[in-house]
Design a protein around this ligand. Structure first.
Ligand code: ZL4
Ligand code: CA
Ligand code: ZN
Length: 406
């Protein structure tokens, strides 16, 4: 903790509830909520809690979630579990949401794109309802800190679920906490800029505000076919010509930066700073929401970019330099160690402690020597052509310890 200080002139709040860590999407499902345990331990290990106000999140209310989502969908989400799924599907009000269909892998899908099959992107799992309303509650609490001028930067690493639609789950996202946050912000801020550095297109947020000139959405993402089977990188939207709903007053208030695989730090920095800088100059936002999906890092299990934590963090710094109320959210990130490294680093940047993270392991976390002996590698294969090294010996040792404890 030595050297960790409160930022001068601005306040940072951190919103979290550890219950989300215990959730399991399924044995080999890429979304691992325990990446948040790793992140938390790094943040606490470095003493960053002394640089911010930390708040335990509570569940969002159904009424709050209805500000964007369909009533039937919200009710379904609040009741669903692996045990109740089949019975709920039979209820008349939900039956109308159940087209007979399969996904690309012939997985049977139920209402709202939910499924109890293990191969589904959006499985129904134990504790799911609690998980969804908790990450949403954390985002809404963070939003409230900003709109009431109690914080300048508010952080929720468990949020940032940008693919969820009004009455449909999509791509590991069920409740769109980002859309709910922006809707709330529009009560106080004339204009909100949404920036999305997750490797996937922020389609749910873009679509929600496609007719809304007070919200500009800007997503950087992998786009295009990724193999010779002509499959598109998920979700397949976000072409450069996609600029908001044609003919509506929201036209030109969506921006997309489609990118090929393997983009490096220098190229990403160039794109990010030029496009984001001009968007801010032109749009003059009153607040910013930054989705920091860590699947844009090199070596991510699902991502295909080649950027390092340093550049990922530079995006946070670039946004921060504009000194606007800023909500920082998580999102994707499938190589858990790198997710924790990045989000801890970015927490430090938000609190102005970015240069003070000692490479030494905080004392109370120094592991017993035997903890070093087995090095668990390979939570997921690396995208073969684009392996990158995010290593730092001491941070690594600490992470390995945490992985062992888990
Ligand atoms: C998995 O191993 O591209 C789900 C999903 C479950 C368990 C075992 C089943 C094996 C990779 C992904 C087969 C699973 C195939 N299990 C899943 C078109 C698809 C239909 C579903 O970061 N199959 C769909 C979604 C993307 C598709 C990415 C990113 C979220 C975010 C914000 C969402 N969906 C093809 C895939 C596995 C799985 C292994 C998977 N799903 C990889 N990419 C997708 O932007 C949080
Ligand atoms: Ca993105
Ligand atoms: Zn993603």
């Amino acid at each position: 903790e030595a050297g960790i200080t409160r930022p001068k002139g601005h306040k940072v709040s951190f919103h979290y509830n550890s219950t989300v860590e215990d959730m399991h999407f399924g044995k080999t499902h890429p979304m691992k909520p325990w990446r948040l345990t790793l992140t938390k331990h790094l943040v606490l290990g470095y003493g960053l809690q002394y640089a911010m106000d930390t708040y335990e999140a509570v569940k969002a209310g159904k009424d709050q979630v209805r500000a964007f989502h369909d009533t039937d969908y919200v009710d379904f989400l609040s009741q669903v579990s692996p045990q109740t799924f089949d019975a709920l599907c039979q209820e008349p009000r939900y039956r109308k949401h159940t087209p007979a269909r399969h996904d690309a892998d012939q997985v049977i899908l139920g209402p709202f794109n939910l499924s109890t099959s293990p191969g589904a992107d959006c499985p129904v799992f134990d504790g799911m309802s609690e998980y969804l309303f908790l990450y949403t509650g954390a985002t809404l609490a963070a939003t409230n800190q900003l709109t009431t001028n109690q914080s300048d930067i508010a952080i929720n690493w468990s949020g940032g679920l940008h693919h969820a639609h009004k009455s449909e789950a999509s791509g590991f996202c069920y409740i769109n906490d980002i859309v709910l946050s922006i809707i709330d912000m529009l009560r106080v801020y004339p204009r909100v800029l949404y920036i999305d550095i997750d490797v996937h297109h922020g389609d749910g947020v873009e679509q929600a505000f496609q007719r809304q000139p007070r919200v500009m959405t800007l997503s950087y993402h992998r786009y295009g076919p990724y193999d010779d089977t002509n499959n598109k990188f998920f979700p397949g939207t976000g072409d450069i010509t996609d600029v908001g709903l044609r003919g509506s007053i929201g036209e030109h208030f969506a921006l997309n930066v489609p990118i090929g695989s393997g983009i490096d730090d220098k190229q990403y920095k160039y794109l990010f700073e030029n496009v984001t800088g001009r968007a801010i100059d032109a749009f003059k936002p009153s607040a910013i929401v930054l989705q920091c999906g860590a699947d844009s890092l090199g070596g991510d299990r699902l991502g295909q970019f080649n950027i390092n934590i340093k550049q990922h963090g530079e995006c946070v710094n670039f946004v921060k330099r504009h000194r606007l109320p800023t909500l920082i959210l998580g999102g994707g990130g499938y190589t858990a160690r790198n997710v924790a490294r990045a989000w801890c680093h970015e927490t430090a940047l938000a609190t102005d402690n970015g240069t003070k993270l000692s490479p030494l392991i905080p004392l109370h976390l120094v592991p017993r020597p035997e903890a070093f002996q087995t090095r668990a590698h390979g939570d997921g294969q690396l995208f073969p052509r684009f392996q990158k090294d995010h290593r730092n010996e001491c941070v690594d040792a600490q992470l390995e310890l945490q992985v062992k404890v888990l």
